[in-house]
Design a protein around this ligand. Structure first.
Ligand SMILES: Nc1ncnc2c1ncn2[C@@H]1O[C@H](COP(=O)(O)OP(=O)(O)OP(=O)(O)O)[C@@H](O)[C@H]1O
Length: 248
């Protein structure tokens, strides 16, 4: 389970201060997919970066399985699998070597790494790319490699920044199936997207972020009820006050 409480983050730039995240609060539960939905620049990536300890919040608290990220960031990292916005796949290594390298960093044995790689490569349909050097990989192939690498240590909690960004229809469908599998295994899954249809297709709970704040949260039915709109698209538009993010 992942809890964000009153998160704030501002960036000082040459032209002034950007208040990227201004009091974000939500909970993501085990056995559920929670979608962070919001238009470009809403603060999704900054929120996720604070959840996975890459960035310290200016204010507020992150807890993963009850562990305070400020007090024990290493334990939080062990409990998390993260697909960051910059996929950062090592291009001199094969996909298998990328996965194994992360396994080694987590202190896993060679046998454990081999067994996990087999499971993940099958789930992500990576058979034909596993032993190819990742230089020249397509976006989808890089994303799959980065996801397998993120999950090698079998984390209970999974955070994915725009996992279907740039993927074709078939790969997106396969990715959705994979994320549902993580939910069925009882994991806590959070993913961000700026596309409403993407979130609607997958998520048990939706957290809508606009201008650094949570403007609505709940199941699709709850969001419709909260906004007084019959369809989710209208509910989303009403919650964020514009129609950005309605179309891929
Ligand atoms: N390192 C930084 N320095 C300055 N401003 C930043 C920095 N990181 C993010 N921002 C600003 O903070 C705001 C939120 O950005 P963020 O990347 O979190 O949005 P997002 O919801 O993930 O958007 P997108 O859907 O476009 O990826 C934006 O205005 C962005 O320009």
């Amino acid at each position: 389970m992942i809890t964000a409480h009153d998160l704030h983050k501002a960036f000082k730039t040459k032209t002034g201060t950007v208040n990227a995240v201004q009091g974000v609060d939500f909970q993501a539960h085990d056995g559920q997919i929670t979608g962070l939905l919001g238009p470009n620049g809403a603060g999704k990536t900054t929120t996720l970066r604070m959840l996975y300890t890459l960035m310290q919040p200016d204010r507020g608290e992150v807890r993963v399985d009850g562990i305070d990220a400020r007090k024990d960031p290493a334990a939080v990292r062990r409990a998390l699998g993260v697909l960051p916005d910059a996929r950062g796949v090592y291009k001199r290594l094969t996909a298998r070597e990328n996965i194994a390298y992360f396994g080694e960093l987590h202190g896993m044995s060679r046998a454990q790494i081999e067994q996990r790689t087999r499971t993940l490569a099958q789930a992500l349909d990576m058979g034909d790319i596993l032993d190819r050097q990742t230089e020249g990989f397509s976006q989808g192939q890089r994303t799959k490699t980065a996801i397998a690498r993120a999950l090698v240590h079998d984390p209970r909690n999974v955070i994915l920044d725009e996992p279907t960004n740039g993927l074709d229809v078939m790969t997106t469908r396969a990715m959705r199936g994979f994320l549902r599998g993580l939910r069925e295994e009882g994991r806590c899954v959070i993913f961000s997207s700026h596309i409403m249809q993407e979130v609607a297709a997958l998520c048990d709970r939706i957290v809508i972020i606009a201008k650094g704040q949570v403007v609505a949260a709940g199941t699709a039915d709850e969001l419709r009820a909260q906004t007084g709109e019959d369809n989710l698209e209208d509910a989303f538009v009403k919650a964020i006050g514009s129609d950005e993010g309605l179309h891929a």
